[in-house]
Design a protein around this ligand. Structure first.
Ligand code: HEC
Length: 113
């Protein structure tokens, strides 16, 4: 029994590390890499015009998914396809970490759900 619990705990801990490791973007690197992005999405992640979505404070995994989807063609947008095409997985994680670290999106606290 104790052995089984230890095993379960071990697996859970490994899973936590795997999920943390999967989005290990560096916001400082992301800032460097965001030079082309800010002309539309804004330096603070608040976009310069209503035709461009704000990125500030968006969930990191959402931003990663969006950029991967544009790059791979699963999300089709002529403008973003061009910008995402040249991004490596590391670039995407850094950019996502940068925009996610900005203040913006309102996230309801758990007791509001
Ligand atoms: C010429 C303007 C422009 C530039 C430059 C640009 N984007 Fe975008 N971006 C857009 C538009 C327009 C959309 C909305 C596309 C759609 O409808 O899917 C968008 C959407 C996005 C989304 C999805 C947002 C959401 O809420 O789903 C992300 C993430 C994103 N851009 C990141 C970036 C990054 C990172 C860069 C730089 C590498 C960049 N963009 C450069 C115009 C731009």
């Amino acid at each position: 029994m104790i052995l089984r619990l230890t095993k379960i705990a071990g697996i859970s801990i490994s899973l936590i590390f795997i999920s943390l490791a999967s989005y290990a973007g560096d916001p400082a690197q992301g800032k460097e890499k965001s030079q082309t992005c800010v002309s539309c999405h804004g330096e603070t992640g608040i976009s310069v015009s209503p035709q461009y979505p704000h990125l500030a404070g968006q969930y990191e995994d959402y931003l990663v998914q969006a950029l991967v989807d544009y790059r791979d063609g699963d999300r089709d947008n002529a403008v973003m396809k061009g910008f995402a095409a040249a991004l490596s997985d590391d670039d995407i994680e850094d950019l996502a970490a940068y925009f996610a670290s900005q203040e913006g999106l309102f996230t309801p606290s758990e007791d509001q759900w």
